[in-house]
Write a protein that binds this ligand. Structure first.
Ligand SMILES: [Mg+2]
Length: 406
């Protein structure tokens, strides 16, 4: 079996940060993958560079392809778009392996050790990660719009009706929620350097109201999106102690591991670090320097299923649990669930119910099911879904294809 075609597309009208990938084999098997952020760059790496290696290769030699592409990319850095392109390719190759074997990927990775995977609801809305609410048509990371009151707009609800939202989630079987209600303070001029006590109170008001009304019935998580410098991260952490949160994620930017470790010693609350890490050495350093209580992994940023499995095991050597990131596309979520099923060191799989119910159905042909706040172990072959075929029309603006020459 050999790879004969690589197709990419960008669903600008649905999730414009997403790059969709399909890898075709000469036996008619199609593997699906994706990555998120600057999708044009990831697509260029595949069509302008990586296709020279991939076309004609046996898709089942996944590790060989991963190492070849990664090692060539380390000649000039490897992180960023390069690793995102490799991630998309790796997902599609594992998907092909699963489809050829007629087995879910967790089976091929060594079998299932979980009965189901707990998820928490990240309180974004249906437009979080899209451009629909912005005048410029562009959204920077950590600057998603709050939107308006409406179905599943949990970003608006967690600010304006936090108790009702928490009650709704509890009724649906969720046991935890995540919010990023301090972002507004970071967006102010010099926000990362100074957050007034008033703004800390305002940002944490949803937690205050939920704890007052519902006690500790629901676990609370906050994401700082890496905005704050050390003194303000400590100020926020000190205020968070009384809410007995599950963890605080990326209150501090993650590009100095020593400062992260210093923060953890001072914070007095559990900390998660971070889907913003990329290279394997980033994770090793965070673990070695005891800078995290949880390690977060985005499967389509770190190098796909292959590297997510490796990093999950690495964290387990340190007895530090893993959380799988989402917010970044349906196959990222599906890949996280597959790896989570194979490890008893994955504590949570993130999900955004607005994306699962309103956005992802426009992208893939299979409904993603959450049952009482948990992902059932998937039973379909491969990743268990395919891109909607209409997203790969040759006349579309961002469609690109590389084909094996006969
Ligand atoms: Mg995060």
């Amino acid at each position: 079996m050999k790879i004969i075609k690589l197709e990419t597309s960008i669903p600008e009208h649905i999730m414009p940060g997403l790059m969709l990938l399909r890898i075709h084999t000469d036996e008619g098997v199609i593997g699906c993958g994706e990555t998120y952020y600057v999708p044009e760059a990831a697509a260029s790496l595949i069509h302008d560079w990586m296709h020279h290696y991939l076309l004609g290769k046996n898709p089942l030699n996944i590790e060989a392809h991963w190492r070849f592409l990664y090692e060539r990319c380390t000649n000039f850095g490897s992180r960023g778009a390069e690793l995102r392109a490799i991630s998309a390719i790796d997902l599609a190759l594992w998907d092909i392996f699963g489809k050829v074997s007629n087995l879910p990927i967790w089976q091929l990775l060594g079998g299932c050790v979980q009965e189901s995977i707990p998820t928490y609801n990240s309180c974004g809305g249906p437009s979080y990660g899209t451009r629909t609410d912005t005048a410029s048509g562009h959204v920077w990371p950590g600057h998603g719009p709050i939107g308006n009151s409406g179905p599943l707009n949990d970003y608006w609800s967690v600010i304006h009706e936090p108790v009702q939202l928490a009650q709704e989630l509890l009724a649906d079987g969720y046991t935890a929620l995540k919010t990023w209600t301090l972002d507004f303070a970071a967006h102010k001029t010099n926000g990362p350097l100074y957050v007034s006590h008033h703004d800390v109170e305002k940002g944490l008001e949803p937690f205050q109201k939920i704890r007052e009304a519902l006690g500790d019935q629901i676990e609370l998580i906050i994401d700082g999106h890496g905005f704050f410098q050390l003194p303000m991260a400590i100020r926020i952490a000190e205020r968070l102690r009384e809410y007995k949160i599950l963890w605080a994620e990326d209150l501090l930017r993650i590009d100095s591991v020593d400062t992260l470790a210093d923060f953890r010693r001072k914070a007095g609350i559990p900390l998660a670090v971070s889907e913003m890490l990329n290279g394997p050495d980033d994770y090793r350093l965070v673990l070695e320097k005891q800078a995290a209580d949880y390690v977060m992994i985005d499967p389509t940023w770190v190098g796909g299923i292959s590297q997510t499995r490796n990093l999950t095991r690495l964290a387990q050597f340190y007895n530090i649990p893993v959380v799988m990131h989402d917010c970044t596309g349906p196959f990222t979520l599906l890949a996280g669930v597959q790896v989570a099923a194979t490890s008893n060191n994955v504590a949570w799989q993130e999900s955004v119910r607005a994306h699962v119910h309103l956005l992802y159905p426009k992208l893939i042909d299979t409904e993603i099911v959450i049952e009482r706040g948990r992902f059932p172990i998937p039973q379909s072959a491969g990743l268990g879904a395919a891109w909607q075929p209409e997203l790969f029309q040759p006349d579309q603006k961002h469609y690109r294809v590389s084909t094996l020459k006969k």
